[in-house]
Design a protein around this ligand. Structure first.
Ligand code: NAD
Length: 140
């Protein structure tokens, strides 16, 4: 197989979660530049609107749906809309995610007491598990 065939994405219907910025946006740009049809699902309505408008001006086939990936019903609606629009789904990039903030060590190697296990807020833990774990499973 030739590399050109291996990386051929033209016409592939692609869904990217968290594609309104960062790595997901870069992926959307690469896919669209190479002829893929892209739906971006992202919770940040303002950023998503700007990104989709920018793609629209280039004539590329990129659309967006405001979706919080931790909301399963909204996630399903986003995928259903993409399927209706494209008539097929070929590629999914479960990219939406959040960082947990600083770790248990500071840059100087000293312990960061705020991030000792017993001090990590329960809400932070729950949110990270919901976005970075459960929602990835729900997306796939
Ligand atoms: N950049 C890094 O060094 C790095 C390292 C390890 C892992 N990651 C992971 O890679 C992915 C992309 O990272 P990035 O640096 O591009 O992040 P980013 O913050 O630039 O982009 C994340 C995107 O996901 C969206 N998002 C966040 N929560 C969401 C939710 N609940 N529903 C829908 N959309 C949501 C945000 O609105 C944003 O557009 C993330 O999952 C991140 O945790 C990044």
């Amino acid at each position: 197989m030739k590399a050109a065939e291996l990386f051929e994405v033209s016409g592939l219907a692609t869904v990217i979660t968290g594609g309104a910025s960062g790595i997901g946006l870069a992926y959307a740009e690469v896919m669209a530049d190479n002829g893929a049809r892209v739906t971006i699902l992202d919770a940040d309505a303002a950023a998503l609107g700007e990104v989709v408008e920018r793609f629209r001006r280039t004539g590329q086939d990129v659309r967006g749906e405001v979706v919080d990936v931790t909301d399963r019903a909204a996630l399903e609606r986003g995928f259903d809309a993409a399927l209706r629009h494209f008539g097929r789904l070929d590629v999914v990039f479960a990219n939406a995610g959040i960082g947990g903030g600083p770790g248990f060590l500071k840059l100087d190697g000293e312990r960061n007491p705020e991030r000792a296990l017993e001090n990590i807020p329960r809400e932070l833990w729950d949110r990270i598990i919901a976005v970075d774990l459960t929602a990835v499973f729900a997306t796939l």
